[in-house]
Design a binder for this molecule. Structure first.
Ligand code: ADP
Ligand code: MG
Length: 247
């Protein structure tokens, strides 16, 4: 078997006595698409925080391509090919769509024209394809602040792809989107898998169904179960933790 691109083993995160994650082990293969679900407070965002170096685990190991990344800075981990989109899309509202993409693509202060040229063709093609697909191409010169919420989400995803990461982490990418935008986002994400390893955290079960990816269920910082959406939805443990939840 090949080395997983990302592997967490027995990871715990203790916030002053409160365990946001407990003995969590999750492994991702290169090019895999994985959905992560779980009630509020399950530890989903903390899981991403551990991968990106924002939160240091109290115990356990986190390996990227077989090497430990524990203790590395967020910038370093990002440079190693881990990209993240936060729950609220972080775009520069007072800059144009194309300028946002330029800044995303260039970690240095090098002018975009030079930097974007240096991006590998696959990444460049992918950014153009995404922009086209989500209908953002005609908005290149428009201020990002004037885009709709859905368009900002797509811009944020396009900005991630412009960084050419091996692993793409998406925290609630369809929150606040219309049904049509949600469907489009599912197609977009599926098209990114294969080339990239993609982890999607979401509450929207219709969207999770559209992704048709293996599902990992977290609950109280622990891995409750893994499987197809139908399998996990019919699991009594999962039904129990979602009882009384509105989502
Ligand atoms: P989810 O994204 O699944 O809703 P989170 O990972 O955001 O859950 O949070 C898991 C639990 O850890 C929650 O109970 C949350 O309040 C707690 N938590 C998250 N970050 C911190 C922190 N920095 N300090 C203390 N508790 C935290
Ligand atoms: Mg969260």
């Amino acid at each position: 078997m090949s080395t997983p691109i990302l592997e967490l083993n027995d990871v715990s995160v203790d916030f002053d006595g409160f365990f946001a994650l407990t003995d969590l082990s999750i492994s991702l293969e290169h090019g895999e698409l994985r959905s992560i679900i779980g009630p509020n407070g399950a530890g989903k965002t903390t899981f991403l925080d551990v991968i990106t170096g924002k939160v240091k685990p109290t115990k356990g190991s986190v390996s990227l391509r077989g090497s430990s990344i524990i203790g590395l800075s967020e910038q370093k981990i990002s440079r190693l090919g881990v990209g993240r989109k936060f729950q609220t899309p972080r775009v520069f509202e007072n800059l144009s769509v194309s300028r946002n993409l330029e800044l995303a693509a260039s970690p240095s202060k090098m002018p975009f024209s030079l930097m974007f040229e240096k991006l590998n063709n696959t990444a460049k093609d992918e950014v153009y394809r995404l922009m086209d697909y989500v209908g953002l191409a005609p908005y290149a010169k428009v201020l990002a602040g004037s885009l709709s919420h859905g368009q900002k989400q797509w811009l944020a995803i396009s900005m991630l792809v412009a960084q050419s990461p091996d692993i793409i982490l998406l925290d609630e990418p369809v929150a606040g989107l219309t049904d049509e935008e949600t469907n489009k986002t599912a197609e977009l994400i599926k098209s990114l898998a294969g080339e990239h390893t993609v982890v999607v955290i979401e509450h929207d079960m219709e969207f999770i169904r559209d992704l048709a990816a293996p599902v990992t269920v977290l609950h109280q910082g622990q891995l409750l179960t893994e499987g197809s959406l139908d399998d996990v939805k019919s699991d009594p443990k999962v039904i129990e933790v979602y009882l009384g939840q509105s989502e």
